[in-house]
Design a protein around this ligand. Structure first.
Ligand code: ADP
Length: 392
């Protein structure tokens, strides 16, 4: 079966894609790119396997629909790889609810079941599904596979999924799901190559990007996550607040007269590093800034990671290794150094030179818990799943 597998990650204002050659040797990158600011000033950027860059900007005032963006990508792929049949498309879908613990081949029936989860992830799920629906209409013969950010966390024990709310809500599905599962699954697949002891033991993975979460893994399976019912829980993120006292929401409603939409905008878009610093949601900008707000935001970020690391270690009953990934985790030696310094009590001893050099192993020789930096690759994980689903 020679051809290509495409991976689509359709967000609210951007559409990211990756294309892999399917060869006897395995999956090899062919193209990768994105259309940003779809509705305002669309910009298309892509890079092929040889490193050549491709781009397009539309005339000022142009707004694309998601469907228009998707078709632009499909046409681009066809033009770049005219002799490569498109074998299947894998989609990142944020929520698989309680039902989907593994990737699934999509048909009209599955699509309808996935639409039921829109209220659980209103900012992501509708866009993920719109891309699927549009391709299903245009190419009903083309195999499509949904890969879920929640699926890897379906192994979390029931008790760790529970909120202490009336139990009927838990049964209905108001529970901790956890997200970034495709990233954690990829790291779990790499860990045996680096650290077989941790792969079979107790590891906390820190996925620190614009979105950020942490996952406690026992023998490569998720047993707890900082994210909960939605992807706004847990750590402070670029613009999301992370865990807050639910009483704050009531205060905002009663005393500030804010409704659900206004609070949603505040906790998803105006909080986190951006809200605390008043400077930026971007870690690089904050680390380079002399503003007191920037320091405040970074201090809180590091402090919250330390608290969660203690909590997840308790859930695991010990710690064999920690793994840093995501844009901040992979690239910021300063954040890694500060997190590891605070984690000394957990047996973490950093090797500063290895940390500055970027790893992969950044702990000192005698460190009781080992520390790794491992680049994540959610797209490759989706491509692997898509291929497996295709091959049955
Ligand atoms: P997303 O969650 O959107 O995929 P990324 O994983 O790309 O995001 O992470 C983006 C974050 O990584 C930004 O806050 C960015 O500033 C940060 N980042 C990237 N490189 C560095 C670096 N060298 N030092 C500090 N932060 C960095």
């Amino acid at each position: 079966m020679v051809g290509v597998i495409a991976v689509i990650n359709a967000g609210s204002s951007s559409l990211k894609f990756c294309v892999y050659f399917h060869r006897a040797r395995g999956l090899e990158p062919a193209l990768r790119g994105q259309i940003e600011s779809i509705h305002t000033e669309p910009r298309f950027k892509a890079r092929d396997a040889a490193g050549a860059e491709h781009g397009k900007t539309w005339p000022e005032g142009t707004a694309l629909s998601h469907e228009g963006a998707l078709h632009h990508v499909v046409d681009f792929v066809r033009a770049q790889l005219p002799d490569e049949p498109l074998l299947a498309v894998g989609h990142r879908v944020v929520h698989g609810g309680m039902e989907f613990a593994a990737p699934v081949r999509i048909d009209a029936n599955v699509l309808a079941r996935l639409e039921a989860f829109i209220p659980l992830a209103p900012l992501h799920q509708p866009h993920n599904l719109a891309a699927i629906r549009s391709l299903l209409a245009a190419r009903p013969d083309l195999p499509q596979v949904a890969c879920f950010d929640t699926a890897f966390h379906r192994s979390i024990p029931e008790i760790a999924q529970m909120f202490a709310l009336p139990h009927a809500l838990h049964v209905e599905g108001v529970r901790r799901f956890g997200f970034h599962g495709l990233s954690y699954e990829y790291i779990a697949s790499r860990l045996p190559l680096f650290d077989p002891v941790a792969a079979a033991g107790r590891t906390v993975v820190l996925h620190l990007g614009n979105g950020a979460s942490m996952c406690a893994m026992h023998a490569g399976r998720s047993v707890a996550s900082t994210m909960g019912f939605t992807a706004v829980d847990g750590l402070p993120m670029g613009t999301r607040c992370g865990s807050i006292d639910p009483g704050v929401i009531l205060y905002l409603m009663d005393e500030r007269g804010m409704d659900a939409r206004a609070i949603e905008k505040m906790i998803y878009n105006e909080s986190g590093l951006l809200g605390v610093s008043g400077v930026s949601s971007d870690m690089r900008t904050l680390l380079a800034s002399a503003e007191p707000g920037a320091k405040r935001a970074v201090d809180l970020y590091v402090y919250r990671i330390g608290r969660e690391l203690g909590s997840l270690t308790a859930a695991l009953g010990g710690l064999d290794a920690i793994v840093f990934t995501g844009g901040i985790g992979e690239n910021s030696a300063v954040i890694r150094e500060r997190v590891c310094r605070n984690a000394g009590w957990l047996g973490v001893d950093l090797d500063p030179e290895a940390n500055d050099a970027g790893g992969p192993c950044i702990s000192a020789a005698g460190s009781r818990a080992r520390v790794w930096t491992v680049p994540t690759d959610e797209e490759r994980m989706i491509a692997r799943h898509t291929l497996s689903a295709l091959e049955g």
